[in-house]
Write a protein of this length. Structure first.
Length: 124
């Protein structure tokens, strides 16, 4: 938990909200120094975190919430957002799979007496 400065604890302003567990200087929030959020604000932050947990970027989550707020969100109209998140995850999995293969190759080389840690690199 971190202490917040006066500007982070003042009335809501544009920009990211402070963490849910943060202390405000005396005179802000609750008597114990915690910022008090309205239930709908807490729900919105929790929904944003749920969207991020399934692969949405913060920007994706903000755009999805804005579309919802404008009344234009349907499962059909927003399906592309899930497809984009899935594509990012698939790309990351491909990167990790390639990394895994390189590590296994390095382990096999070491087991065969060609350890990259003991072999001097040769210039191209």
């Amino acid at each position: 938990m971190r202490d917040l400065n006066d500007s982070e604890c003042s009335s809501p302003t544009p920009g990211p909200a402070p963490p849910l567990q943060a202390r405000c200087p005396s005179g802000y929030g609750t008597p114990s120094g915690y910022r008090d959020y309205a239930p709908d604000t807490v729900e919105r932050i929790q929904l944003t975190r749920q969207l991020q947990a399934i692969g949405f970027t913060l920007s994706d989550a903000i755009d999805a919430l804005a579309t919802h707020d404008a009344g234009g969100a349907t499962c059909e109209s927003e399906r592309w957002r899930l497809e984009a998140a899935l594509s990012r995850v698939d790309a990351k999995l491909a990167e990790l799979s390639a990394l895994h293969r390189r590590i296994v190759h390095a382990q096999e080389a070491c087991a065969g007496g060609h350890c990259m840690f003991t072999t001097a690199a040769t210039p191209d």
